[in-house]
Design a protein around this ligand. Sequence first.
Ligand code: CA
Ligand code: CA
Length: 199
Amino acid sequence: MVDDKLAVTIMIAMILAGGGKVLIQLVQHQQLKNGPEPERSEEILNNGPENDVVGEVVEVIDGDTINIIVTDVNGTKKGIWIGKEDTVRLAGGIDAPEFYENGYIKARDFLRSLLPQGSKIYLDLDDLAKSKTGRPYRDLTSSERLVAVVYVRVDNRWANINAEVLRWGQNVFPNRDWLAYTDIASEFNPYKWLEENHG
Ligand SMILES: [Ca+2]
Ligand SMILES: [Ca+2]
């Protein structure tokens, strides 16, 4: 009873302080930590694709990397925390241009147009990805970014952002090798994304 009152007081204080949705979710998450497994959100239960993580776009870094804030995680996926920022690398071996390469700005801006700041996104984590230190779903760089297919809901359909980037890239910069990392283990097949009528 006392704990409940305290939690409510903290939440009200945070709302008053303009702490925002994420902090409230953090508090709620803390409360659940010692209790039973929290119920999954509607999006994760009622999935189209495999929704392992729900999040919001904080920033598009370049044509294949984004920063997100995690708002929900499928409980079986370890090492990802609600309320924390994480970096996501588009899975499937996709490689957009680096800042010193031709097409960098255009590729970055294309991804920004698909994922404006605050966009709600759904991640299908790459179950075969593993960092050098053994963390699952993460890439081989020292920043150990999450590797995933990013989905957004457009009306009633799921848009696969990885597929959109790959198709756009091959179309606009056909001389670039957009699939530079297909030798790294992945559960996804990017060549399928290039087939006609892929959703
Ligand atoms: Ca790149
Ligand atoms: Ca997966």
